[in-house]
Design a protein around this ligand. Structure first.
Ligand code: PNS
Length: 169
């Protein structure tokens, strides 16, 4: 019995909306770097949910968060299918984070559909640390918008951007 070359595991694609990036995302990247040599973070430009941060702002906050990590690259997720984008950059593994059962349902559907679309790309799921299980970009937006303290849940640069976005006057 033979298996694919281990080299296929060296590079992973981590796609998402990241509106904004949270400590949960950072945790998944950190865990991902223990498995993969490098990770390309692909930021979706047009997301169904209307984003509070522009595409450029979301990319910039992620770049700043990982400024000291040379194994991370941040790129736009090209229009079209995720699996086609992964293939176009020669990545076999798509990394996604899992928090609770609610994530599982959504991720299971997406991964199953993507698997029907191509056999060339696989989905790799890593579990977020328990202390981040309840952290989501949507909750962060809501708490920040209503004046709550989100410093524990987002990188420093995101905290500043949220402050500027909602409470700059
Ligand atoms: O952070 P999100 O919003 O959960 O990320 C979702 C994302 C960007 C990974 C997903 O919407 C996606 O893959 N979009 C690309 C278009 C695509 O391939 N759609 C079919 C998915 S089965």
């Amino acid at each position: 019995m033979t298996f694919a070359s281990p080299k296929a595991n060296q590079h992973a694609l981590y796609p998402g909306s990241f509106d904004p990036i949270t400590v949960g995302h950072v945790d998944i990247v950190k865990r991902g770097l223990a498995v993969f040599d490098r990770i390309t973070i692909a930021v979706a430009r047009n997301i169904k949910k209307s984003p509070i941060f522009t595409f450029e702002e979301r990319v910039e906050m992620i770049r700043e968060t990982f400024a000291d990590e040379p194994r991370i690259e941040v790129v736009p997720l090209a229009e079209g299918l995720l699996v086609d984008f992964a293939r176009s950059i020669g990545v076999r593994n798509v990394l996604r984070g899992l928090r609770a059962m609610s994530d599982f349902e959504y991720e299971f559907q997406m991964a199953s559909m993507n698997r029907r679309l191509t056999e060339d790309v696989d989905f790799v799921f890593l579990m977020t640390s328990e202390e981040h299980f309840f952290v989501s970009s949507s909750l962060i937006r809501d708490v920040a918008m209503n004046g709550g303290d989100v410093s524990e849940f987002v990188p420093k640069c995101v905290q500043k951007s949220l402050q500027a976005k909602f409470h700059s006057s």
